[in-house]
Design a protein around this ligand. Structure first.
Ligand SMILES: O=C(O)CCC(=O)C(=O)O
Ligand SMILES: [Fe+2]
Length: 268
């Protein structure tokens, strides 16, 4: 199905090439602002985070979520660290629905402590995830710079500078590995994978491995946001809507239950 979400060719400013001249940056910034001020979502194709690296992250995530529950509990999310494993049905992102049928591993900056990472079971997990965090951080900062340029702000680095502490204790940016396990035979009325919500931050990068995400369009109808190869889906959150006095829109989205029961889904 054709996506109502614009696809923008990011190659000139990709993490790998980085060859954009001023005219190209102006054009990219304009396309991104158009998308964020209409649907609030945009696909950026050829962003430059290698496919193999993204696949590696999905693989370690899958390995982590396949660990027994009592092992995952050793790495559970806590209010003090806001980092770690979030159990199935622990969150209702739309509070009027029952707990979401998903589990997650939230990655935030954490002081070195052994219980933060499942190194005993998965020695590669921490490095794979943190290398990916770093790439996402670089890409996010480039997008944030384009947003400021596209809005013709005097200081094109204003959003970049407000995220200078990303990846440290002074900034709440999180990388979330999401796992949507097979749907149980019995579900609660109204239960879904991920309830209707808008994101609360500045921007979100979404790497999709299976379909399921739906985005509210301007007619108030949820429409699929399909997977587009070599593209990352980017949306803005409530904070960015507020910072831009509603010029950019933080759009609601959700993931319902799959129609074919029992499908294993891992998303990030
Ligand atoms: O799994 C998805 O595609 C949606 C996840 C999401 O919207 C979120 O975590 O904020
Ligand atoms: Fe979201």
């Amino acid at each position: 199905m054709e996506s109502p979400i614009p696809v923008v060719e990011f190659l000139p400013y990709s993490l790998e090439h980085y060859s954009a001249d001023d005219d190209q940056l102006v054009a990219l910034a304009g396309q991104i602002i158009h998308a964020f001020s209409t649907t609030g979502f945009v696909y950026l194709s050829n962003h430059g985070i290698p496919t193999a690296q993204i696949e590696q992250v999905f693989q370690v995530a899958e390995k982590f979520f396949s660990l027994p529950k009592n092992v995952k509990e050793k790495y559970a999310w806590s209010v003090d660290s806001v980092h770690g494993w979030v159990a199935l049905e622990r969150e209702s992102i739309n509070p009027s629905r029952p707990g979401d049928l998903k589990e997650a591993f939230s990655v935030r900056w954490v002081p070195e402590k052994p219980s933060a990472w499942p190194t005993a079971e998965l020695p590669e997990f921490q490095d794979v995830v943190l290398d990916f965090f770093d790439k996402c951080k670089k890409l996010s900062l480039q997008i944030l710079e384009l947003v400021a340029r596209g809005l013709h702000l005097k200081d094109a680095k204003v959003f970049v500078n407000s995220h200078a502490l990303m990846g440290t204790g002074g900034n709440p940016t999180a990388l979330r590995l999401l796992h949507y396990p097979p749907v149980p035979a019995e579900t609660k009325p109204g239960q879904v994978r991920c309830g209707e919500h808008s994101d609360y931050g500045a921007i979100t990068l979404l790497f999709q491995q299976v379909p399921g995400l739906e985005v509210l369009n301007r007619d108030g109808v949820y429409v699929p946001a399909p997977i587009i190869e070599n593209a990352v889906l980017v949306n803005i959150g409530d904070l960015m809507q507020r910072w831009t006095s509603d010029r950019l829109v933080s759009t609601k989205h959700r993931v319902l239950l799959p129609t074919s029961q029992g499908r294993e889904q891992v998303r990030q």
